[in-house]
Ligand binder design. Structure first.
Ligand code: ZN
Length: 149
């Protein structure tokens, strides 16, 4: 990718999803390519992963069963970016991550930012808030370096 992300382009090329820890960690570490949501979106493309303050014990339990270490003190804030390439309704697929009666969001190509960008999350799919756009622009440009075109 040769595009540098200007702050204005950011709003057109990125959406953010806030995810409870440790699910956020499992996604960015490349273990979990499926995010379960009760709702769907037409958005496809770059999805910034925000890790919320909340810790989901169920996520930690699943990680333990799969022998994947997760850290209760993992950072919160804007942590990295993935590509949202597909969403489909559950049809008993996407084992072991796909949940019944959910929409399965198919995520690929996780890239972790060098440093977390602090900030609170929001509900739903949202545009990057104004106060984090400069830092997010830099973080995304850095994350794209070394990425195949
Ligand atoms: Zn599925």
């Amino acid at each position: 990718m040769t595009t540098s992300t200007s702050p204005n382009r950011l709003l057109d090329t990125v959406r953010v999803l806030s995810i409870r820890r440790p699910w956020s960690e499992l996604i960015l570490a490349g273990h979990k390519p499926i995010e379960n949501r009760t709702w769907t979106t037409t958005w496809r493309g770059r999805l910034v992963i925000h890790a919320g303050q909340r810790w989901d014990p169920f996520g930690a339990k699943i990680a333990a069963i799969l022998d994947i270490p997760v850290d209760r003190h993992a950072p919160t804030g804007y942590l990295g970016v993935v590509e949202l390439i597909d969403i489909h309704p559950d049809r008993g697929c996407c084992w072991p991550w796909g949940e019944p009666d959910a929409h399965h969001w198919h995520l690929t190509h996780p890239r972790r930012f060098t440093e977390p960008i602090p900030g609170l999350g929001r509900l739903g799919l949202y545009r990057p808030p104004a106060d984090i756009r400069p830092a997010l622009t830099t973080a995304l440009d850095t994350a794209e370096k070394g990425t195949c075109p």
